[in-house]
Design a protein around this ligand. Sequence first.
Ligand code: ADP
Length: 485
Amino acid sequence: LPSLLKRPDLVCDKTLVAGQWIDADSGASFDVTNPARGDVIARVPDLTRAETARAIDAAQKAQKVWAAETAKTRANILRKWFDLMMANQEDLAIIMTAEQGKPLTEARGEVAYGASFVEWFAEEAKRIYGETIPGHMADKRLTVIKQPIGVAAGITPWNFPNAMIARKVAPALAAGCAFVIKPSELTPLSALAMAKLAQEAGVPAGLFSVITSSSSSDIGKEFCENHVVRKLTFTGSTQVGRILLAQAADQVMKCSMELGGNAPFIVFDDADLDAAVTGAIACKFRNNGQTCVCANRIYVQAGVYDAFAAKFQAAVEALKVGDGMSDDTTLGPLIEPKAVDKVQSHLDDALSKGGTILTGGKPHDLGGLFFEPTIIANATNDMVVSKDETFGPFAPLFKFEDEDDVIAKANDTIFGLASYFYAKDISRVTKVAEALEYGMVGINTGIISTEVAPFGGVKQSGLGREGSSHGIDDYLEMKYICTNV
Ligand code: ADP
């Protein structure tokens, strides 16, 4: 891997803790593998609670100094970090594709997307405004100031190894917090490369540490039990989110949670079908279906069902499965064997309940973690896929007749992250957008993520919002000051 890079030193075999690049106290390390080829590409230190506690201690000291800097000083350092991420975009993308599997074009896009949060929050650092409130008594002057929460800890997944870190760390540092991150054990190299660039940008020693570890639950416990940590931010499955929320309750820790989704993608009979197909491909198959905002259930109105299915099938058959390092690959491998099993189980369940295969339907001839992009027709609400996120290249088509009925079906889930629909009629567009119980709605588009808009879910999809002018609030406390004059 290092030989492919302009800066081979961006592949790190030590991790940044308390301002030092260290090995684990025990000397232990774990493998990072390439999901396209199955080979080990690096080994990183396998840390435990002891090193995590040291990172948290150092974060506490560094945070006090950092918070006392002017917003402009913090902004300049973040801006420098953004510049370095973009200057090293290609290397960061290659590292990401090697450990995560997504096609290089998507990896480059993710690096730019991750960096955009650093740029955005560098700017927002200077706009953490307070309030003055007319007093409730003649001699009272009321003000509200915003202050950093303190030390924040984060746990991130493997599907966006760069952006999920950037959109937590950047607002935290902008606000004047320190940050200790535990990246996914499947994709630690992207996190380490980002940390190296953060250090070069001038992020002070100890302010940002990376805990590479194969014992995620131990690290999660240290984050929740260490009284210095005042904020926990997590992106991952709803199942792990629930565990962390329960653990964090003991010290009433503030939590932000970006959890699972079960996105409906609705094509109404007045939709532009070609645009809907393009949107569905982008939305369903980006990152090989492994995003929490991927379409999970595709509802198509009866009048356009056959036409949509035919066009969608042709578009899926044009996708090219392969190693993400090849230029013509549009779908990489899945991340691990468990992910392949989940796609297979959703498929088997759908077939046993009357689903029919339009295309795909089995592991890919390339073997390993590759799976054919698959469409199932005649999907029904009793199928597992209607309740559970597949996180893979499996697209079920549900036929519907009636607008109210499809809204009810779309909302019939414990999740509420992203939703999408294609239609032209203005009253339908307005009504459906308001009726969908989701944190995000894409209308006539399958791609909605941007640093300038609030990303997040309702119901069991999470707590809090990332990105936008609201994203920094998760790292700030409000202080009300009442002055008697
Ligand atoms: P995914 O299904 O996307 O892998 P997970 O929720 O399992 O999602 O993983 C997301 C992140 O949570 C990863 O960094 C993983 O190591 C971490 N994780 C998994 N289980 C726990 C746990 N019990 N406590 C803390 N972190 C965990």
